[in-house]
Unconditional design. Structure first.
Length: 194
């Protein structure tokens, strides 16, 4: 959206479901994948745009096997330990487990964490908790980068644009480990809707 004119523009159009569809599902309560399958099976579209209400705020963090301290280069390797977060208003979409090798030949995304709250601040708090609970060892991930984003005052107030990382994150210090185990475990951009 052009903030000066209020006009919307498409950055891309894909003939598939967006990776961020879980954010839309969280704030609308509509299972988009189920709807696509039913429409493909010949069922009618049973909702109009004006029937859909937006409830709350959602944030998605893509957890990638990348090294944020080294220009987000791929960080392949074997996952030694994997424990995804859970709890109310947290969704994790993932297909990995301990023992799996993350190869350099494919997309580096290993999980998506979605947090849903009544307000933007609530969603940020829920996501912070979820990322603090997430444990992956054996590979570097983007989890520490997301943790830094979620503590940035500009992000927290919604003062963001497509240049956010370049403007505000280039000089960030790594998140300080809470203890030896968390240092070993916390080895991982944020799409948000509000």
């Amino acid at each position: 959206m052009d903030v000066k004119t209020g006009k919307f523009y498409f950055m891309e159009i894909n003939p598939r479901i967006q990776v961020e569809h879980a954010v839309t599902e969280s704030i609308t309560g509509v299972d988009l994948v189920r709807r696509q399958i039913r429409i493909a099976a010949g069922e009618p579209l049973n909702k109009r745009q004006e029937d859909i209400q937006f409830l709350g705020h959602a944030i998605e963090c893509r957890i990638n096997a990348e090294d944020p301290e080294n220009h987000f280069l791929p960080a392949p390797g074997q996952i030694e330990f994997y424990h995804a977060p859970g709890g109310p208003r947290v969704r994790v979409d993932s297909g990995v487990c301990a023992g799996l090798s993350v190869e350099p030949y494919y997309d580096s995304m290993i999980a998506k964490v979605i947090a849903h709250g009544r307000t933007r601040g609530d969603a940020i708090k829920i996501m912070r908790r979820a990322l603090n609970e997430f444990r992956i060892t054996g590979i570097k991930t983007t989890i520490p980068f997301h943790q830094r984003v979620l503590t940035n005052p500009h992000f927290c107030t919604g003062d963001i644009d497509t240049q956010f990382v370049y403007k505000h994150m280039s000089n960030c210090e790594p998140v300080k480990p809470r203890n030896r185990l968390s240092h070993e475990a916390d080895t991982s951009l944020v799409n948000s809707a509000w």
